[in-house]
Design a protein around this ligand. Sequence first.
Ligand code: ZN
Ligand code: ZN
Length: 124
Amino acid sequence: MRSDDRNQPAAPEPGPIVQAIIDQLLATITDLEPCDHDKEAFALWISTRPDHLLCGFCYQAAQVLAEAIQCAACPNTAGNPDRDAVFIAKLRDDLGAHIYLCHACTQADLSTLSDLAPPSENSN
Ligand SMILES: [Zn+2]
Ligand SMILES: [Zn+2]
């Protein structure tokens, strides 16, 4: 029942794992230093550079240079476009976040979205 959908791109619905990452980001991101290139511009956080706020240029570079991308929720590697999920979240009007999730966390996050998740170890 969203009345003000503003041309949102089709993106995976963030589940509780992604929401927790976003909440933590919002709580800590004000401590991060923006890069020196363009402090006034829209800033981006990406899980490959968790200690920095990036301008568009640095954000692009961070994606290109990322070799071992770590899942934002666990120590597994992420970034495989065939299996893993990427969430682009707008945190504020001047702030966005690019979150990688590994396959396992993607599945866990998505499964919590269904009302009745199948019991995992409940043999019957
Ligand atoms: Zn920069
Ligand atoms: Zn993970």
